[in-house]
Design a protein around this ligand. Sequence first.
Ligand code: NDP
Ligand code: 2IT
Length: 444
Amino acid sequence: MQYVERVLEQLKEKNPNEPEFHQAATEILNGLRPVIARHPEYERTALLERFVEPERVILFRVPWVDDGGNVHVNKGYRVQFNSAIGPYKGGLRFHPSVNLSIIKFLGLEQILKNSLTGLPIGGGKGGSDFDPKGKSDGEVMRFCQSFMTELCRHIGQDTDVPAGDIGVGGREIGYLFGQYKRIMNEHVGVLTGRGLSYGGSLARTEATGYGLVYMVEEALGCRGDGFAGKRVIVSGSGNVAIYAVEKAQALGAKVVAMYDSNGYVYDKDGIRLDVVKQIKEVERGRIREYAERVKGAEYHEGCKGIWSIPCDIALPCATQNEIDGGSAQLLVKNGVKYVGEGANMPTTLEGISVFQQAGVVFLPAKAANAGGVATSALEMAQSSSRLFWTFEEVDAKLKNIMVNIYHNMDAAAREYGVEGDYVAGANIAGFLKVAEAMMAHGIV
Ligand code: NDP
Ligand code: 2IT
């Protein structure tokens, strides 16, 4: 049996009931076939077997007390996946769906994404099945304090540097940081996405969404095109989605739809982002309220219908597997030309193949959403030098990184005989550096 098949088979056997992890590993290892063919030493040193096995998995109890005095217990996770090229780096997700499979798929993706940024960061991910939705600030604070009371012994500015992800934004990072500082007695860059008053970086809030649009802009530009006048759909209405809309609109696109987990809004006149920000960032409300406030806008229950709206560019920015094969076919039928993944693994394997077969320019998550973690690494650089850069400086570095990632994955795809296949190109370009470092370190 071929090496890639054997590793995937063993992975499924050893890690049953982890469908998201299987999916991410399948996508990655399939993309790496041309690399494996050129490097027989990888099989001899069981490089892929080591690559898909986390260096460390930490599972812990998170007890906390709600406002009514009731005691709750959640699960806490930190998967320290790969530290070959730098300290573990990756977000924390607080969402009721969180389980080991989801954290492992995110961690595996993160290794290659972080490598693609060109900055010295390894891969990790963590989180909890805690749901911040509907909780008071006090409840969220007590949960974060309990979570960090255990996590603090496993992380550090040179060991593992968490950040935000779904359900973890500025508020949560503040509470987590406060508890870390209190227990460890050190004010260091152990988390990124920090507030500007305590060591955060300008443009980190905007970075993932802006970075996504910078990459799509580069892909458009290389084909003699641009965002101006394009119809765009952005799924989600959280951090990544909001700043993707902001930058796409600034470049002249018309964003016509967004959603949250209850349903989507369609605004034929173009989404009014000030209204979305007020609902989501200030009031922590639901997207349905948009249609109550903006004349001519429609609200539809359920998420899937968003993909039936005709568009030129689709930017899935909510969660994994939000575009399945059927939704991809609908998008293609309605004329989509570019798909840029803001969320992690938002397209199923079937969906990816539908897009690629139809000639859609498909920009995979680990490349297209790398702007967030890249700017986190810029935050780490600023913290350790005790110097802070202007918004314009950080934004210019971010743009440069996104353009470089685009060209690196494009070049890797060409070099390995899969021109235009950016899924393979991103996997290859990200993997080569990690593999080289792992080979240099011996069997560890
Ligand atoms: P937020 O929590 O800010 O927003 C998440 C958005 O996605 C919300 O609108 C949420 O709706 C929606 N959503 C979540 N789960 C589902 C679901 N099961 N079905 C439909 N909608 C859902 O998170 P982020 O914007 O930070 O993250 C979004 C995606 O981007 C994730 O995949 C994350 O991993 C990825 N990402 C984030 C980065 C960052 O810097 N923040 C960096 C790179 C990738 P609701 O409010 O109803 O739950
Ligand atoms: O998926 C991701 O890249 C993130 N959630 C951001 C991670 C980070 O460390 O900034």
